[in-house]
Structure formats: structure tokens, C-alpha cells
Design a protein around this ligand. Sequence first.
Ligand code: ADP
Length: 487
Amino acid sequence: MASGLDIGAIEGCAFIDGEFRPARAGGVFPVDDPASGATVGHVADCGPDDAAAAVAAAAGAFAGWRDATARERSDALWRWHDRIEALAAELALLLSREQGKPVAEARAEISYANGFVRWYAEEARRGFGEIIPAPTADRRILVLRQPIGPVAAITPWNFPAAMVTRKVAPALAAGCTVVLKPSELTPLTALALAGLVRESGIPAGVLNVVTGRDAAAIGSVLTADPRIRKLSFTGSTAVGKRLMADCAGTVKKLSLELGGNAPFVVFADADLDRAAAGLIANKFRNAGQACIAANRVLVEDAAHDAFVERVATGVRGLVVGCGRDPGVTIGPLISERAAARVRAAVDAAVAAGARVVATAPLPPEAGPRFVAPQVLVDVRPGMTLACEEAFGPIVAVMRFRDEAEALALANDTRHGLAAYFYTRDAARLFRFAEGLEAGIVGANEAVVSNEAAPFGGMKESGIGREGSHHGLEEFEEIKYLCLGGIR
Ligand code: ADP
């Protein structure tokens, strides 16, 4: 077993059937450092042939992995967990270089990501079935939980480690094999994690990683193949809808974690210091590039100015720069296009009457992917900032008069992933939580993701849950076994 992370093995490769190997057609593509644009490494530019080879490997490995005992699978996941833990600092550095987030945040992501491996190493041994009392005396009703089969996982760039383990760990725990297509913007962390799967003694073909720039070509192989029984996708709503349609032909089970438009509601009776600190922690993690980031900050009139002042003070203290520089708390956005989109949404809001009340300074060397964190007030419902995910370091503040208006505004979106609210009124705490149309609700709490809790959305934010025991069920079939002739 190598003592460190073997980055050299990854260069120019994908990971198929237990081997780091080049694409069949031989192509590679570079992975950029978002802070400087410098090349961090290259990976294989896989096409449909490579995707098909990965599906064949996953299908070939399925029977052996399914038939391993729950304890064997659990032990293997523990070994993976321990390798990730041992190499956490190196993984964090790689993650920061390809994704841009500050190293301390990348280290926190590795820890969060490994929480899923730990959780599902434990959960792997708890795949209990049921015996249900039968309506007739001569029968017994047994319920078996079985792995659904080889699965496809497609992951985004914003959490290059956590989005991988949140899917792969429960899939492996359940007894499924996986073809993973990581984002073309951040494939190195996924490949490094796959190398550690191999070092953990998990058999060839159980996890395959197909990297490539033509996501649609790879995706269509995965969605069309009848051997792939499930697709787990995290990404944009538009791509999720397309994949959902593509999976109809083979009736695959689906988990979709799509976009959000999270409301963050501050009532006048709230602890404003706590609410402001919660907003800063929630909003600026990953420079705002998270689907559960607060997108519309709704503040009751009476608390508006006092709350905005607290948030403005916090924003002025943010330190923007390259994620490897000491003291930096906000890195660049993932691409120039992403940065341009955020700037355009801010400009459009200002042109329509919103006001910028605080800005964090950009360092002089900031390249085109950096966006200055800002606080805007007088944002109104029709503005792009209120209708679409900002996916950037922008706090968009709106006002409300009473609880009914707050709830109507909060739910006025086709999305329903996360929602947050702050109040000291116990009755309102229940009432408002129950009224929110969101799969994840933070009440007096704004940092809510962890491996023990079910993460997922309502409405157009998706289908299914990740994390917790519910995350394991997503990779299982329920089989009803009827035993007859007992008497
Ligand atoms: P984001 O806006 O977060 O980049 P995307 O939905 O574009 O979200 O990307 C999320 C993941 O989906 C990435 O791995 C990307 O390569 C992949 N992807 C994008 N388009 C397709 C497609 N047509 N088929 C399959 N995967 C796709």
C-alpha cells in the first residue's frame, strides 16, 4: 500500500475495472485551478466506449459484491474510511487546487465526506428485513432488502469529495456496484478516492470512474443500458429533468438532488446575532456555491436595519483570495462564466432598484473568476437574484410585514430543497416549519448537512434522500417473499 496519495497514477486516466487507464481513443483534458487558471493535472477524456466498458465492469462485479457478507462490505468500507482519514490533508489540498475553496474548508469537506463512509460502514450491517403478520394462517410474509444492481452516479463540482461518498458509500454498503461520472471540472478528487477504494481491497469493477468532457455522450450510455438499475444524480434542475426522461426507457430508480432557492427568514423576535452568524456561515461556505445556500434573505420590517447591519459587518470581514493562501476565507468561483453570471444578476438587480450596502474587498491579483462578496437590500421577487440560485457570494435581502407574507414569499418558488428561519416564538417554530415547502428546514440553525440526517428536496429540487438510513434504502429493492402451506 502506498503511504501517500499517488497522484501520478491518476494523470491522464480514468478508473475502470480496478485500473487507472487512458481513454480508448487516447484523449485527455486539463483540470484548472480556478484561482490562477494553471493546470493542476490531466484526466482521460472518455467517450461512449469507455462508459460501456465501465458498465460492463460494474455488471460483471455485481454478483460477487452482492454475495459478500454484510460484514465483509462493512469492513471494506471501514478500510476505505481509514485510508481517507490518513490522507485527508493531501486530499484536501488536491480538492482545493481543482475546486478553489480554501484549504481549511476543503479539509472540512473531506471530513464531511468521510462521515458518509463511516456512517454507511456502520449501516452496511443493519440491512434488516421484516416479517409481517399474514392475513391468513397458512402463510408468512417476509420482506427482504436486496441491492438494486449496478448503479450510475453523476456528481457536480461544488463538493468534489462529499457528493461522491454520499452516493458511493451507501451504494457499496447495500451491495451495489457503481459507475461514477464526476464533474469534468473536478475529476481529480474522485479519481483519488477511487484509488483508495482499490487500496481498501474492494474488488475490481465495484467502483468505476468515467471522466470526460462530453457529459451527454457518457450520460446517454449510462441511462440507456438496462443493466444499470438506478441513477443517482446531483446537479442542475435542467440536466436532472433530461436524465429523468432518459431513464424512462429502462424504468430506472432515480435519486435527484437538483437546484434550490433557499429562503432564510428572520423574524423580529429572533436572536439577530445568532441569525447573522448563521447566515454568514451558510451563505459563504464554498463562496455561495451550494444548493442549500440561503438565496433569499427575508427580514421582518422591524428587524431589517439591525439585521442588515450585522450581516454587513460580517461580510466586510471576509478575506477573498487564493484558497491556498493563509487567512483566506473565500476563494474564486468555479469558472469565468459562473462569475459573469453572478455579476450580471447583481447589475440587473441594482438597475431595477436594489442597493449594495456592503462589499468585501478583492485582492489586487484577483483573476476573472473572483466575485466580491456583497450585501444587497431592496431585492424584490421578480429579480433574477430572487428567482434563480445565485451560486455566488451575494446576500439578497427582501422585507416582509408578517408571518403569512413570509411563508408565502418563502414558498414562492418551484424549488423546495432547504429553508431556514429564526424565531424565539415556540408556537411559530412548529407552525412555520410545517408550512415550509422544503425537504430540509433549519430552525435557528443554518449549517444543517451531516451524514446522520436525510438530505433531499421537494418540488423541482428532486427525488429521494441521501444520508441517514434513508440513503441506504435508495440503493435497495424490497422483495416480498410469501411462504405458503405452513399448516
Ligand atoms: P452544474 O450547473 O452544477 O455544473 P450540471 O447539471 O451541469 O450542474 O452538472 C452536474 C453533473 O452533470 C456534472 O457531472 C456534469 O458533467 C453532468 N452533466 C451535464 N450534462 C449532462 C448530460 N446531458 N448527461 C449526463 N450528465 C450531464
